[in-house]
Design a protein around this ligand. Structure first.
Ligand code: BG6
Ligand code: MG
Length: 211
């Protein structure tokens, strides 16, 4: 394993909770049923695609302009939560694992669908652990398309077969497999049973990378 590409939301920090809370606020305002199970389908997918999944339960049809406004509204709620983040929002386990992987000369990248990645990395002080960042600002197709991981591997100058993708999203594991990467599932992604490795915690990566 020469490189590891980490998803951000739900893997390196718990911003997946803030995504859920922000979508829930919008869904409640629009009178659309939304719960954590539906929210699991939004993991790894873009903001616009997430909104379409939520609107599947809407009785009303909305115009593209209204949808754009809903996505903006959700993002404003979400960014208000991000503004309150600090380095304390990243666990010691995550920081220690990243440090130890770097000591082993494994190249590290972020591979996230989120356009808010730069803000989160800055607020949590995580940017320094990574050799490269590929995110929602440099891709045209979000997971399960492998584009974000291909770009991350390219930034690291590594082949997909030399990299491991770490994901909490089923769509992310599917993207990794489609791109020819090995995959490690954590949290919700474990249930699909498709990943090369199932992690109980992020520090399990240290024994995987001993192989
Ligand atoms: C992914 C999240 O990381 O980013 C998704 O898992 C989210 O839930 C997507 O929709 C896009 O995020 P953003 O911050 O650009 O709206
Ligand atoms: Mg995620």
């Amino acid at each position: 394993m020469k490189g590891i590409i980490f998803d951000l939301d739900g893997v390196l920090c718990f911003t997946d909770r803030y995504h859920y809370a922000a979508w829930k606020k919008l869904a409640d305002r629009l009178g659309i049923y939304f719960d954590e199970k539906i929210n699991d389908r939004l993991r790894g997918v873009s903001r616009a695609e997430s909104l379409e999944i939520i609107l599947e339960r809407s009785e009303k049809e909305y115009s593209p302009a209204q949808k754009a406004q809903f996505a903006e509204e959700k993002n404003e709620t979400y960014r208000a939560s991000l503004e309150k983040m600090s380095p304390a929002d990243v666990t010691d386990e995550v920081r220690e694992t990243l440090s130890k992987l770097r000591e082993r000369n494994i190249k590290l990248a972020v591979g996230s669908s989120s356009k808010n990645t730069p803000l989160i990395l800055e607020k949590t002080n995580l940017r320094g652990y990574f050799d490269a960042v590929s995110d929602g600002n440099n891709i045209t197709h979000s997971k399960p398309d492998p584009e974000v991981f291909f770009t991350a591997a390219e930034f690291l100058s590594l082949a997909p077969s030399d990299c491991l993708v770490v994901e909490d999203a089923v769509a992310g594991i599917e993207a990794g497999i489609a791109g020819g990467f090995r995959t490690a599932a954590i949290g919700d992604a474990v249930r699909c049973g498709k990943a090369t490795y199932a992690l109980k915690g992020i520090s399990d990566l240290l024994s995987i990378c001993d192989d």
